[in-house]
Design a protein around this ligand. Sequence first.
Ligand code: EPZ
Length: 418
Amino acid sequence: MSSFLVSGGRTLTGETVCQGSKNSSLPILAACILNEHTVTLENIPEISDVEATLRILTFLGCKIRREGARVAVDASGVTGSDIPDGLMREMRSSVIFLGALLARTGRAALSAPGGCEIGLRPIDLHLEAMEKLGASVTDAAGRIECTAPQGLRGAVIRLSFPSVGATENIMISAALAAGQTRIHNAAREPEISDLADFLNAMGARVSGAGGSTVIVDGVKKLHGAAHSVIPDRIAGATLLAAGAVTGGRVRVKKLIPAHLEPVLDILERAGCDTEIRSDSVTLSAPAALKSVKTVRTMPYPGFPTDIQPPVTAVLCRAQGASVVIETIFENRYKYVGELTRFGAKIRVDGRVAVVEGVPRLYGANVLTPDLRGGAALTLAALAAEGESRIEDVRHIDRGYESLEHTLAALSADIRRID
Ligand code: EPZ
């Protein structure tokens, strides 16, 4: 098990390059299954969730060639349509393979992903949509099987919630379905538009992505393609938050500032100064951070739930009290107990956290509960006076590419120990 050792109290300064997007790479890699030709992907981050996805692709019969951030996937040899429990458990978002396998082979069998640290995370919207597209779905003893031997057919789908995963699964399945599919109340996250760009690069016909109605006109076949995934807006925002919580000045390059608008708005309200260029953001922290009346997580273009924990860590050092309301996941404050070990003052009541800023944080030994919670604890350790140890950072490795090296390049005193 790896841990981070941090000697805190240093001001972060310097510039760094943003990694490729985890939440774009995973559905795009799964969508490679739709294609009987080879696709080449660029800017794929070196994180453990990507490794887990590549293991599933290999298990299903794909040939993978990887050189750093470039991944070539040859799915001509796909034979399987079952994903064993062991592989599914490695990564909750493997449910994204449901649509791709069903569309490619006429069948998909996988174990229900079940809940994770941040919530129950049902997949009812995914399964209802597959039925609407003409599949028969059985869900027994934790094993889900979807079959559509005659292929899928287009349908009108109204999502009761703009679920990111369900929107992606429908887009992927509908790409090869007979006829047109219309998704109403679709998710609008930038990762949805990136997936649509990738599908269209392979010859699919997806329009309206980024808006709340997405239209997919099914095609018979796809062709080889090349695509570069978008920068990771959550990883980029985490690095800017690291600058804010340590009173520093950090420039993050190779990102799309428009994707971070809801986050930059909150950091500016906390007193940070931001300099926005075409593909970079420079954040300068104020002498003293200000509290923010209310931070409410919402589907895009609202404030993203994935940056809630790191931004809460920033607000721990603000003057005054801030209120954070988590509307997306029911259990996304697990990290708070660990954060209070640094001397933070936070009261949680259900989905509401009241954060009373404190002038100082002190080094502590903490345990990482989940991916974004781990990022929040790392930020607190950077700001804290003294030594801290962040245990079990494998959660952090799921979504951040060697975070300790990126932060050390911004003059943090952080290292990994096994
Ligand atoms: C994606 O998860 C992201 N994961 C999550 O990022 C992110 O937090 C989430 O979208 C919201 O932005 C990936 O892209 C791989 P949802 P997803 O379906 O698709 C409920 C991170 O830290 N719901 O939009 O699972 C669900 O329980 C991760 O990088 C149903 O009720 O999110 C949740 O409360 C964490 N039924 C809400 O909708 C369904 O069938 C949002 O879920 C589907 C979802």
